[in-house]
Design a protein. Structure first.
Length: 144
């Protein structure tokens, strides 16, 4: 069977690079072996790490009608960030996101953090073609 998956995937990546917003993703990494098995807390100092990746950003707006929303997790003021599927976020501790302008400067100085979603929501969003996820959507809220 003929597949256009490679072409489609490359187009998604090109669209992100050309039209996406730069996002600085920061997290901390603890040294190997720093987890105390008794207290389940880390010892030593964590290393601060970051990467800059591109994302499509969506900001939910209030609806003009009174229809019931399907997913209560998504609220006005939140942000849905669609990253390339290759962006690895799982297992990173204390994730923070800052949106950057074209020159790499913070847009508004606001930090964002991940917001929990239920499995039903996670299964309904994001483009999947032939079993391959093209984007990795993440629900964000403003850090407090």
């Amino acid at each position: 069977m003929r597949s256009n998956l490679g072409f489609i995937s490359s187009r998604v990546g090109a669209a992100l690079e050309a039209n996406g917003t730069q996002v600085r993703v920061s997290w901390v990494a603890w040294p190997l072996g720093s987890l105390d098995p008794v207290t389940m807390s880390h010892t030593g100092a964590p290393a601060a790490l970051n990467m800059v990746v591109m994302a499509f950003l969506h900001f939910p707006q209030p609806t003009v009608n009174s229809a019931v929303r399907q997913f209560n997790e998504v609220e006005v003021g939140d942000c849905i960030a669609d990253f390339d599927a290759s962006v690895k976020l799982d297992g990173k501790d204390k994730l923070e996101f800052v949106f950057l302008d074209a020159d790499g400067n913070p847009v508004d100085g606001q930090k964002w953090v991940t917001k929990p979603t239920n499995e039903r929501l996670a299964q309904t969003w994001g483009a999947v073609i032939q079993g391959v996820r093209l984007l990795r959507p993440v629900l964000l809220r403003k850090a407090t």
